[in-house]
Design a protein around this ligand. Sequence first.
Ligand code: SAH
Length: 392
Amino acid sequence: MSASPADGPTRLAQKMARLIRTSGPMTVADFFAMCLADPDDGYYRKKEPFGAAGDFVTAPEITQLFGEMLGIFVVQAWHAQSEPRHVRLVEIGPGRGTLMQDVLRVVTRIAPSLAASMTVHMVEMSPRLADIQRQTLRDATPAITWHETLADVPGGHLFVLSNELFDALPFHQFVAEGGRFRERVVALDQDGRLCFARGAGSIDPAMLPQDAATQPDGTIAEVAPAREALMREIAARLRADGGVCLTIDYGHTTAGFGDTLQALRAHRFDDPLAAPGEADLTSHVDFEALAKAALSEGAYIAGMAPQGDFLLALGLLERAGRLGAGKSLEEQAAIQSAVERIAGSGEGRMGELFKVLAVTGTPVDLPPFARPQAAGASFVDRTGRRGHHRRA
Ligand code: SAH
């Protein structure tokens, strides 16, 4: 059941095999969701994914500058919205809590009246990670409350942040076959091992990007209703109560075709079926689909940009210079290399591959973006590429 013969099948792989024997093959979405979130053996429930000893490194774990720039974005967005009182600052999927720590430090320093009047809310599905976040943020002010879902966060003007959340939500895959797209499923091979197969279900090509009907056999299309549903939920809250959502993830700004399912284990790519529950699974986020989901709720797209452009426009280099001032050459070189990692382009760098999407409940000019775009308007496609990303 596992392609890692040294260890044998993981406990989760055995559980999946039993499930498939009794109920039939499972969709890629169900497989993905079980791998990450199974209550006993899911990756986020038991593994320590982040940092050098984990399976991957995220931008807030690379440098404090990332969270500080988001703090500056929050304060500027607060000014741009006429300084609403009683803001609820929300982070969904906060990992180790590092990003919020850096955001709060900046907000407290440059906008004390915002810090004094807002409440802070962490939305985390993993009790284990929520404990780590509590530890990281034990001295934080203002006080923070934890919730399992966004629906549990009380109403009010929202500032929602998420980094590398949407790629962790499940998605379906469909495979082109004679002009149709059939759902890709996880089944058992003759030896009882997990394998990919074609399922019985199919999707209407009208729900897929243009030219779906003429794709060659074997082409994979990815569809993520869970991601779109979360964005619609956020957008509906922003429409009702006002506010901003800043979503950062790696992915593409125009929908396309291709298999982007990836497993990462100890900073290396792994076969996604090899060790369920032991490897982090991700896929590229379709930002066009997220933006359309937000627009469908009547929310506004304040901007969409590559992460590098966004951070540089917020003053990343100036802040990095101040952080390095008076430090040793070694420390300055480390800051420089972190800046390149989060804002540069090319192999192993996040600046171009990661995208930033800002959604608002009302039409508002939001720095560092240009004019907001109303429902129905097309949004800027800055790169439009769909590369293969090395996340580790
Ligand atoms: N934002 C962090 C962590 C990214 S990993 C960082 O940048 O370092 C994804 C995070 O999202 C984890 O904390 C995971 O437990 C959480 N998560 C995944 N699905 C979730 C969901 N449906 N609701 C809330 N949190 C979720």
